[in-house]
Write a protein that binds this ligand. Structure first.
Ligand SMILES: [Zn+2]
Length: 208
């Protein structure tokens, strides 16, 4: 099974990627994790990625594609954080076509603005490994400390209601073409992503 998981920041995408990969025995491929790992190793790829991030730029599509292709060797996987735009979606199709394969489903975790606001204004992020927590719904075991790596948890400076609302609008505008692309291909599965992770998983299981 080859699945893409897609959703706005605050849709619970990262959490659901882990839950789904465990349930369906899929290799979770997170582009964010791969990049963080390479930066930490200070590899040539890591250096390149870092140079874009330090300038506040997005990593270019061509470099992203190369990394995806190198990491897409599994029979069963769930892609988290890729593709992010129509161009990347088409590239992904080409990469898979070369191997005679294709994506089985594009799962879109749908949320509304109140949900996003509630989740992101109370979100905590690990400074070191990037793990996400929620002050109320998903607190760490020790307050302010990451469960997986023991580093400090912080609130992102841009997780304010004003910025979140702005980001949400941009997200909706920018992703219409991507959603339409998978809809036309009959791969789009839209899931109501409000509620806790178990409820959302049940909804996905029913439709997948
Ligand atoms: Zn951590």
């Amino acid at each position: 099974m080859k699945i893409i998981l897609f959703g706005a920041p605050g849709s619970g995408k990262g959490t659901q990627a882990i839950v789904l990969s465990e349930h369906y025995k899929l290799k979770r491929i997170s582009l964010g994790d791969i990049f963080r790992e390479e930066v930490k190793k200070d590899s040539s790829l890591g250096k390149e990625v870092k140079s874009y991030m330090e300038k506040g730029l997005l990593v270019p599509d061509a470099l992203v594609s190369k990394v995806v292709e190198e990491n897409l060797n599994e029979e069963n996987f769930i892609l988290d954080g890729y593709p992010r735009n129509l161009n990347q979606a088409k590239t992904l199709d080409k990469i898979l076509e070369k191997k005679g394969e294709s994506v089985d489903a594009f799962i879109y975790l749908e949320v509304d603005e109140p949900t996003i606001l509630e989740r992101l204004t109370k979100r905590l992020v690990c400074k070191k490994c990037g793990a996400n927590y929620h002050m109320v719904n998903m607190p760490s075991k020790k307050t302010g400390i990451c469960d997986s790596c023991g580093s400090e948890l912080i609130q992102r400076k841009d997780d304010t209601p004003e910025v979140i609302k702005k980001r949400w609008e941009v997200f909706l505008n920018e992703n219409k073409s991507l959603l339409d692309y998978y809809k036309t291909k009959n791969k789009l599965i839209a899931i109501d992503a409000r509620g806790n992770k178990d409820i959302v998983l049940e909804r996905i299981k029913k439709l997948l």
